[in-house]
Design a protein around this ligand. Structure first.
Ligand code: 13P
Length: 271
């Protein structure tokens, strides 16, 4: 099934797909083992840095082959695409979904960029995501949030014809200093204003009940990245600190299992 159709199903049943970033074979394996164990679909996301680290063909190849190997329904998504050039490369490489992030641009420029991506994605029939409002990026002050204005949403969607929209309702990428408080009233108003699929970025560290409530209020894709890196690295460090093992096939499984467990808890929140 195409991702667009799956997201529509989720939207209609007030459920969501978990979208997880992966960085190497081990994090991919942790995520896929969780999806397999829960018999759950999953979106595998790649950012520019992960693509540059693994190589485009390697990265998508690993993702697609992994889905087949574990017999998991899933899709490969470009997360925070920052240029037309990168989007084009990903489309040609076989991505099922692309995000173009013009969230830091003035509204009209964001529209123009998103519209370009929608047009060039048409022959590929993929899901196109954009962002309106601003969710603080990794390393930026979590206070750097520009909430999505419900009154802008219909205009943005009508002008761009995007399939999915990342909304700023109080989350931020990376770690939070304080527990984030999501603006559910705003989310409900956005949902009322449009039928576009709504995406929650910055899922790491958001309390479980807030994730559930966001899904009940119209979110149908939830992005989680930082917690995967954090869980993997903390567990890996623990192993390295307590053993001199050099057989890396014995070193990584502890961290892979921790990612697996983390993702299972997140998948539990999706419906
Ligand atoms: P976190 O890293 O905060 O989980 O955010 C993930 C994300 O939104 C990727 O686009």
């Amino acid at each position: 099934m195409k991702l667009k159709e799956k997201l529509l199903e989720c939207q209609q049943s007030q459920s969501a797909l978990l979208a997880t970033n992966f960085y190497n074979f081990e994090t991919l394996r942790g995520v896929l083992e969780a999806a397999k164990a829960m018999n759950s679909p999953i979106i595998l996301q790649l950012t520019r840095s992960s693509i540059e680290y693994m190589g485009l063909e390697n990265a998508i190849g690993m993702g697609k082959e992994g889905l087949k190997y574990y017999n998991v329904e899933g899709w490969i998504h470009l997360d925070h695409g920052d240029s037309i050039d990168l989007v084009e490369k990903c489309l040609h490489a076989g991505f099922d979904s692309v995000m173009i992030d013009g969230s830091e641009l003035p509204m009209e420029e964001n529209i123009e960029l998103a519209r370009k991506v929608v047009n060039l994605s048409k022959p590929f029939d993929v899901n196109v995501e954009a962002e309106l409002g601003y969710v603080a990026k990794l390393g930026q002050d979590a206070g750097k949030v520009e909430y999505t204005r419900p009154e802008d949403v219909k205009y943005f969607v009508d002008e761009t014809w995007i399939d999915a929209l990342a909304v700023a309702i109080g989350t931020a990428h990376g770690f939070y200093k304080e527990t984030p408080k999501l603006d559910f009233k705003r989310l409900a108003a956005i949902r009322k204003a449009t039928n576009v699929k709504l995406v929650l970025h910055g899922g790491s560290g958001v309390p479980d009940d807030s994730i559930r409530r966001a899904i009940q209020n119209g979110i149908c894709k939830v992005n989680v990245a930082t917690e995967i890196k954090d869980t993997f690295m903390k567990n890996l460090k623990q192993t390295l600190n307590t053993s001199d093992e050099i057989d890396l096939r014995k070193v990584f499984p502890h961290a892979i299992l921790a990612v697996n467990k983390l993702i299972q808890t997140k998948l539990n929140l999706m419906h």
